[in-house]
Design a protein around this ligand. Structure first.
Ligand code: BGC
Length: 410
């Protein structure tokens, strides 16, 4: 074997509740998906019906050779109205955790992956002062019910996603709160456009304070619960590079999009690195893809080397152990997925070789699923899902990566 990984290295694949569970009128995203003029190209619908099919999906991932499964709790199912907690829904996620353990998969639970209860978003959401307290209360209740089965947790997924989207292409993607469709969505949620604040729409400054405070409060709540859960946050990391004349802008972007959030991870057990590509900046802002570089279905540059660069960056900035909580590529050509992951893993191995404490690699995503505003068009999955029959079809990349997991190398 040319490349080997430590025996304790975890091999995962990931999903997020709304992207695989779909249909849920209690969360804010459902509202965004259903107002006329919305940039969401389609409704999440039944998604992958993972809510009912999780047993088969988890068994399949274990059979393929994976040792970690990262999934998220849907807060709006657990607390559909403020202060009203559903034991039945907590039991559902408890069964998911138990199923992971039965199959020898380490579960990693994300407490918040983009979607929030409608009532929370309506009352100021991710810019409101009291949201950290509300989030901590949810974490505390969930921990009391699930903590003994939860060895690893992420508080919030991609704490920096709001500013990242605005820096990259906010306006073009329709991710602004001043559009008529957004006002309609706010009204539909019983709010108004100045208060209605889903996670992806939080303003850089107000959002950052709320989100980082929510993270800290959540860490305390999770640590106080039963079990010995290791906890961290995840960051959307791009390898930020300077194009011609863009050194100053790139340095500013690293400070604003990465450093302030990496500082917020101080004291955590690990830092969750999520990387898909690089982003170049010129003197005035983001640069498009470089000519001649292959593009993914997301329009990103096919740039698996970004993972190595961002692991090094996150490790140097925080001194924390790193878990790659997401890395992957949207493509309909599975041979390109294999090529991408192989190059990304070579980067992980180089980091390990240099003594960086990388504890695991998680591929995004286990299943082809609901890619937010782009709907079901981009296919990140190791496993395809027939949208009509819900039939799962394993792509060649899945056993390929599972084999690496079993062999701890390639
Ligand atoms: C998110 C996922 C998303 C993936 C691919 C990450 O930003 O955590 O929810 O599907 O990237 O775009």
């Amino acid at each position: 074997m040319e490349i080997t990984f430590p025996p304790t290295f975890l091999w995962g694949s990931a999903t997020a509740a709304h992207q695989v569970e779909g249909g849920n009128v209690y969360n804010d995203n459902w509202v965004l998906e259903h107002v006329p003029g919305s940039p969401f190209v389609e409704s999440s619908g039944d998604a992958c019906d993972h809510y009912h099919r999780y047993r088969d999906d988890i068994a399949l991932l274990a059979d393929l050779g994976f040792t970690l499964y990262r999934f998220s709790l849907e807060w709006s199912r657990i607390e559909p109205e403020e202060g009203e907690f559903s034991l039945a829904q907590l039991d559902h996620y408890r069964r998911m955790l138990a199923t992971c353990h039965e199959h020898g998969l380490t579960p990693m639970v994300t407490f918040h992956h983009f979607t929030s209860p409608r009532w929370l978003a309506a009352s100021g959401g991710w810019e409101a002062k009291d949201t950290p307290e509300k989030f901590a209360r949810f974490c505390e209740r969930a921990m009391a019910h699930l903590g003994d089965l939860m060895p690893l947790a992420c508080t919030l997924n991609e704490v920096n996603i709001g500013p990242l989207i605005s820096a990259r292409a906010g306006a073009e993607m329709g991710f602004t709160r001043t559009e008529p469709w957004f006002e309609a969505a706010a009204r539909r949620a019983g709010s108004d456009a100045s208060r209605f604040t889903p996670f992806l729409y939080a303003d850089a400054e107000h959002g950052r304070a709320t989100i980082l405070a929510a993270h800290r409060r959540a860490v305390e709540a999770i640590k106080a619960g039963p079990g010995r859960c290791e906890v961290g946050l995840t960051l959307a990391m791009q390898d930020i590079q300077a194009g011609p004349g863009g050194e100053e802008m790139a340095a500013r972007m690293r400070r604003e999009l990465l450093n302030v959030y990496l500082e917020g991870a101080r004291g955590d057990d690990f830092i969750g690195v999520q990387t898909y590509s690089r982003q170049r900046f010129g003197p005035d802002g983001p640069l498009g893809p470089e000519e001649g570089v292959e593009l993914t279905q997301m329009g990103y540059e096919f740039w698996p080397e970004a993972l190595e660069a961002t692991i090094r960056y996150a490790s140097a900035a925080t001194g924390l152990p790193v878990i790659v909580t997401e890395n992957g590529v949207a493509t309909d050509d599975d041979t390109r997925r294999i090529a991408y992951v192989e190059r990304a893993l070579r980067g992980v191995a180089a980091c390990l070789h240099d003594g960086i404490d990388v504890r695991g690699y998680t591929y995004w995503s286990a299943l082809d699923n609901f890619e937010w505003s782009l709907g079901y068009r981009p296919t990140f999955g190791l496993i395809a899902v027939d949208r009509r029959t819900q039939e799962r079809t394993v792509k060649p990349s899945a056993p390929w990566l599972g084999h690496i997991a079993r062999a701890q190398g390639f």
